[in-house]
Design a protein around this ligand. Structure first.
Ligand SMILES: *[C@@H]1O[C@H](CO)[C@@H](O)[C@H](O)[C@H]1NC(C)=O
Ligand SMILES: *[C@@H]1O[C@H](CO)[C@@H](O)[C@H](O)[C@H]1NC(C)=O
Length: 362
C-alpha cells in the first residue's frame, strides 16, 4: 500500500524527534560561509545537493519589496515591510495581507524554509486566524483561505491558529473521538485543483492531507516551517521549540504538482487577530539524481493539474481513527448478512439443480 503510517502523517500524539533531523546551527554556519550553500546528503540512498535560490527567496533587508517593481516580491493588502520582518497583518481586526513571488518556479525538487512569527495580545483561543504558505498557479488574489482565493490550484500549507469547528464543542464531540479532536494552532497541508473548496467551518479537515499541532504563538524563540517537495513526496516539518530540531508534521508520497507556479505567503485576521510576520522565505533547489527509469516515467506523464495519488486511501486511513464503534459494528454486520445471503442463494440454486437432475434420471 502506498500510504505512510499514520504516526508519520499526524503527530498529534507523537512528540518524538525522529527521521530527517538536521542540525540547524551547522546549517546557519554554512550560510554564513557561503552565499550559495552546497550540501551533500543522502535521502533514501539518493545523493542530493541543495542550492539557495535567491530569486525565489525573501530575506532581510527586503530590498525594494513593496516599493520597487523590479523586486522579485510583491506586497498586497495590509502587508507592510519593516527592516526586520514583513508583517502580513497587524494585530487588528479584519485584515489580510500577502507577499507573492513575481517569478514562476520551474524547479522539479525544492525545499522552502519559512522563518516566521505569530504574536498578539489575544489570550488562549482569542486570536486568529492564521497564515499560509503557497505554491500555486494563481497569485495576488484576495480571498477567504488565509487571505488567498478559494478553489486555488496548487499547494497550500496552513498555520491555523483559530479553531472554528471547536467553537461548536458539542458538534465536535459527536464527530470526533477524544483521539481525533485536535489542539490548535494546527499546521496542515492541502492540494487544490481549481475546483476544491476549503471548508472554513471545519478548519479544512475534509480536504487536508495531514497535519500536526504546533504551539506557535507568542514564542520567545524563532519559529520555522520546512516544506520539502522531492520526487513527488511532500514533507512538512516544524521547528518551534527553540531546540534547532525539525519535528515531523506530515509526509505524503504521490503529490503531483506542476512546475511554473508561484510561491507566496498570506495571512488573515477576523474578529480576532494576531501579528503575522514573515522574517524570511528561503528556497533551495534540490538536485536529485534520478535513475533513467524514473526520468522516463516522469517525462511520460507531464503534470498539468495538481493531484494526490491514492487520496481515498489516505482519507480512509485518517477516518479510520474517527470511525465509531457503531460504524464498525454495522460494517461487520452487513458484510456477514451479505455472506449469509449469498450462501442461502447458493444452496437454493444447488437444491433446484439437484432436484431437476434427479427428475431427469427417473
Ligand atoms: C479536482 O478534484 C476533485 C476531487 O478529487 C475532482 O472531483 C475533480 O474532477 C478535479 N478537477 C479537475 C479539474 O481535475
Ligand atoms: C469553488 O468550487 C466549488 C465546487 O466546484 C463551487 O461550488 C464554488 O462556487 C467555487 N467557489 C468559488 C469561490 O469559485
Amino acid at each position: 500500500m502506498a500510504t505512510v503510517d499514520s504516526s508519520n502523517r499526524s503527530c498529534d500524539s507523537s512528540f518524538l524527534h525522529r527521521g530527517n533531523r538536521m542540525s540547524f546551527k551547522l546549517f546557519v554556519m554554512f550560510i554564513l560561509l557561503l552565499f550559495t550553500v552546497e550540501k551533500g546528503f543522502s535521502d533514501d540512498d539518493h545523493e542530493m545537493e541543495e542550492f539557495l535560490k535567491r530569486e525565489y527567496s525573501l530575506s532581510k533587508p527586503y530590498q525594494g519589496v513593496g516599493s520597487s517593481s523590479s523586486s522579485h516580491w510583491e506586497l498586497m493588502g495590509d502587508a507592510m515591510v519593516t527592516t526586520d520582518y514583513i508583517r502580513l497583518t497587524p494585530d487588528s481586526q479584519s485584515r489580510q495581507g500577502a507577499v507573492w513571488s513575481r517569478i514562476p518556479c520551474n524547479l522539479k525538487d525544492w525545499e522552502m524554509q519559512v522563518h516566521f512569527k505569530i504574536h498578539g495580545q489575544g489570550k488562549k483561543n482569542l486570536n486568529g486566524d492564521g497564515l499560509a504558505i503557497w505554491f500555486t498557479k494563481e497569485r495576488m488574489q484576495k480571498g477567504p483561505v488565509f487571505g488567498n482565493m478559494d478553489n486555488f490550484t496548487g499547494l497550500g500549507v496552513f498555520v491555523d491558529t483559530y479553531p472554528n469547528e471547536e467553537k461548536h464543542i458539542e458538534a465536535q464531540k459527536k464527530r470526533y473521538t477524544p483521539r481525533t479532536q485536535r489542539i490548535f494552532p494546527f499546521v496542515l497541508a492541502m492540494v487544490g485543483n481549481g475546483s476544491i473548496s476549503y471548508n472554513h467551518e471545519r478548519d479544512g479537515r475534509p480536504t487536508e492531507l495531514g497535519g500536526c499541532n504546533a504551539m506557535v504563538r507568542n514564542l520567545k524563540h524563532d519559529s520555522f516551517l520546512f516544506i520539502r517537495y522531492i520526487r513527488r513526496r511532500l514533507t512538512v516539518m516544524i521547528d518551534i521549540d527553540g531546540q534547532h530540531e525539525w519535528r515531523d508534521c506530515l509526509d505524503i508520497p504521490g503529490v503531483r504538482l506542476p512546475q511554473g507556479y508561484y510561491f507566496g505567503a498570506t495571512a488573515i485576521t477576523g474578529d480576532l487577530s494576531d501579528n503575522h510576520d514573515i522574517i524570511s522565505l528561503k528556497l533551495y533547489q534540490l538536485t536529485v539524481i534520478r535513475s533513467r527509469k524514473e526520468e522516463e516515467e516522469e517525462e511520460e506523464e507531464e503534470i498539468t493539474i495538481p493531484s494526490v495519488d491514492n487520496l481515498d486511501l489516505l482519507r480512509l486511513g485518517q477516518n479510520e481513527e474517527g470511525m465509531s464503534g457503531i460504524a464498525i459494528f454495522f460494517a461487520v454486520l452487513f458484510s456477514l448478512l451479505g455472506c449469509i445471503f449469498l450462501v442461502v442463494i447458493g444452496l437454493v440454486v444447488y437444491s433446484h439443480w439437484n432436484e431437476s437432475r434427479r427428475k431427469r434420471f427417473y
